[in-house]
Design a protein around this ligand. Structure first.
Ligand code: AHM
Ligand code: MG
Length: 334
């Protein structure tokens, strides 16, 4: 069987839906190429000298790993010269990255988490890259943070790569979710799953249970009922998984269902969770919704949240629709 490459898929989508103009296609292909380079660096591990700490901290006060810094550089360098972007923003940079004056500017804004699941780098567990694409508002010559602060509903594309046993790229441009596998011999991304769908019900959940004593009552109730299994109100047993790489947890959910949670908790009442709205939660929420799932912050749809700052955090409940609706209902009941 002759398989489709990413390029062919993008061109055919444009013909069918008229939603991937040349500039957006270039953007997606450049990001995909950058993910290929990151995958290459990741796979070298100790042989490439890429493991361990970079000896610096990012804007969130987290220690940066060498691969966080390398992946960020790869994405910036790949995307700065093509003329498709007005500006970029990253988990690893406090401020907006402006396109250098020597290059033309384009009409899109891109945000990314260059290397998600950093705590897994040195132990050879799946990690990934997450990205979100917005349109730059009209008549903006030098994009600022303000221009990025659009709700997730405005995303024109979102995707992630997983560097695991296989390297895959999962993409949506608003017409379903599709998965491409990196063919290392050919060096190309090949379409391997079309229109991924998340089952509406599930018997699997993902949460960092070491924080359970800090959870608020709705999360305590929801997880408690699942742990009660057959003997409790849910009347069925549940299985638990936690990879500590959102990309890998979400990828499992896209393939076989499940619910992923990173709630806010009582430790820091002013902090609405760990994950970042604009380059982690929003792209994942778009992908999950496009695959028939749901994503909320416990109170509202994540994609409807109006961001107030670039590195804003948000509580996350996403995955199988009926489960996300249930945990969201428990929040309303409380
Ligand atoms: P990172 O972007 O610094 O890697 O942090 C995000 C990651 C998610 O991928 C994952 O779901 C979560 O942090 C794991 O957190 P914990 O260490 O609390 O298990
Ligand atoms: Mg991350």
């Amino acid at each position: 069987m002759r398989r489709k490459t990413l390029t062919q898929y993008l061109i055919e989508q444009q013909r069918e839906f008229n939603n991937i103009p040349a500039e957006l296609r270039l953007l997606i292909e450049v990001v995909a190429r950058a993910c290929k380079s990151i995958s290459h660096a990741v796979s070298k591990g100790a042989l490439g000298g890429v493991l361990g700490s970079a000896g610096s901290e990012n804007v969130q006060g987290e220690v940066q790993k060498k691969l966080d810094v390398i992946s960020n550089e790869i994405l910036l360098e790949a995307n700065e010269w093509g003329g498709h972007l007005a500006a970029m923003a990253s988990e690893e940079m406090e401020d907006v990255f402006h396109i250098p004056n020597r290059y033309p500017k384009g009409e899109y804004l891109m945000m990314f988490d260059p290397l998600d699941g950093s705590s897994n780098i040195d132990v050879n567990v799946s990690i990934g890259t997450i990205f979100s694409v917005l349109r730059c508002p009209d008549n903006v010559t030098e994009a600022t943070e303000q221009d990025f602060l659009q709700p997730g509903t405005q995303q024109v594309a979102a995707g992630y790569a997983v560097y695991g046993p296989q390297t895959v790229l999962v993409l949506t441009t608003g017409h379903g979710v599709h998965c491409f596998t990196l063919d290392r011999e050919m060096g190309s991304w090949v379409l391997t799953q079309e229109n991924m769908r998340i089952p509406e019900d599930t018997k699997e959940f993902a949460i960092n249970a070491s924080n359970s004593r800090h959870w608020y009552p709705p999360v305590q109730r929801y997880v408690g009922e699942m742990l009660d299994g057959k003997d409790g109100v849910r009347g069925k047993d549940f299985n638990m998984r936690w990879i500590a790489s959102m990309v890998a947890d979400v990828h499992r959910i896209l393939n076989r269902g499940g619910v992923f949670m990173y709630p806010a908790d009582k430790r820091e009442p002013d902090k609405p969770g760990k994950l970042r709205l604009m380059y982690e939660a929003n792209p994942m929420a778009m992908i999950v919704e496009q695959a028939g799932g749901a994503a909320t912050n416990g109170k509202q749809r994540i994609l409807d949240v109006q961001p107030t700052k670039l590195h804003e955090r948000v509580a996350v409940f996403l995955g199988s629709k009926n489960e996300v609706e249930r945990v969201t209902r428990y929040h309303a009941d409380a």
